[in-house]
Design a protein around this ligand. Structure first.
Ligand code: SAM
Length: 261
């Protein structure tokens, strides 16, 4: 049950800081959230999206962009706490398995950069320019050569079979169309290439899942964060061979290594 309490604490911390005054170098504002949330709920019920909701994925992507543009300056501070409590060792686990030409999707502020081996040729895409700016600064400070660029993980601007490994940490929970992102990962991976994933997911432990369900509307509203996703379903549907699947923290945290056949 402590994981449920932990989740509650983290959610309270993150939601409360969403109200702190912020400044951003980028003039991106979240749009009205009503339509987006309605659209997402319709989608999650597997019902056809009503016509009066225009381009729900595009609008939700815009909303997430706005959230992270405002979040960027405090992201590292908040994430340090979450990493200590929930994700310890996860970044090392994923990045140390990446080899050759590596793509990291939704690279954020580049918190994984220290964990890649110097032999890899690293490319990172990220929706938010403000997050990316911090990642670029981090890469410079680490002396890490990496091609870090703005991009949408749901529609990657790379040819098929381009990468040996793709890494994604704590982002499939935020990318509006996570199935599309997994499908794009498969497309840009070479046959035999690996997808390495660290994620918080829907817990199989009922009391924890109840807490997740209660918190999800808040987390979605203020953080764009889905708590009840199951990325493994998408990986299987996209035909990945799942080599390793490790769950911890009462099933809240998942590490996956999967191969494109
Ligand atoms: C919770 S943060 C995780 C950042 C980083 N991966 C990490 O492990 O710290 C989620 C990130 O996903 C990015 N993101 C959300 N939707 C995206 C999309 N469609 N394409 C690229 N990045 C996206 C957000 O801008 C944000 O930086």
């Amino acid at each position: 049950m402590w994981s449920g309490g932990l989740l509650l604490t983290i959610a309270a911390l993150r939601v409360s800081t969403a109200y702190l005054p912020t400044s951003s170098a980028h003039d991106v504002r979240p749009t009205d959230h009503g339509d987006e949330l309605l659209a997402v709920r319709w989608q999650r019920l597997f019902l056809p999206v009503p016509e009066h909701i225009p381009e729900p994925r595009k609008r939700e992507t815009e909303r997430i962009l706005g959230l992270y543009e405002r979040e960027a300056h405090k992201y590292d501070r908040e994430m340090r706490v979450c990493e200590k409590l929930l994700f310890g060792g996860g970044r090392e686990w994923a990045c140390s398995r990446a080899e050759g030409d590596v793509l990291e999707i939704a690279v954020g502020t580049g918190r994984n950069l220290p964990y890649y081996s110097h032999g890899v040729r690293l490319t990172g895409v990220e929706l938010s320019p403000a997050m990316l700016e911090i990642a670029r600064r981090r890469a410079r400070e680490l002396g890490r050569d990496a091609d870090l660029r703005v991009g949408d993980a749901q529609a990657l601007d790379f040819p098929d079979d381009r990468f040996d490994s793709v890494v994604c940490t704590l982002s499939l929970c935020t990318i509006p169309d996570d199935r599309a992102a997994v499908s794009e990962v498969r497309r840009v991976l070479r046959p035999g290439g690996r997808f390495l994933l660290l994620e918080h997911v829907r817990s199989p432990v009922l009391p924890v899942r109840v807490v997740e369900r209660l918190l999800e509307p808040l987390m979605l509203r203020f953080e764009g964060d889905h708590l009840l996703r199951e990325p493994l379903d998408h990986l299987r549907a996209e035909g990945f061979d799942v080599e390793r699947d490790e769950r911890s923290k009462l099933g809240l945290v998942e590490r996956v290594a999967a191969r494109k056949p």
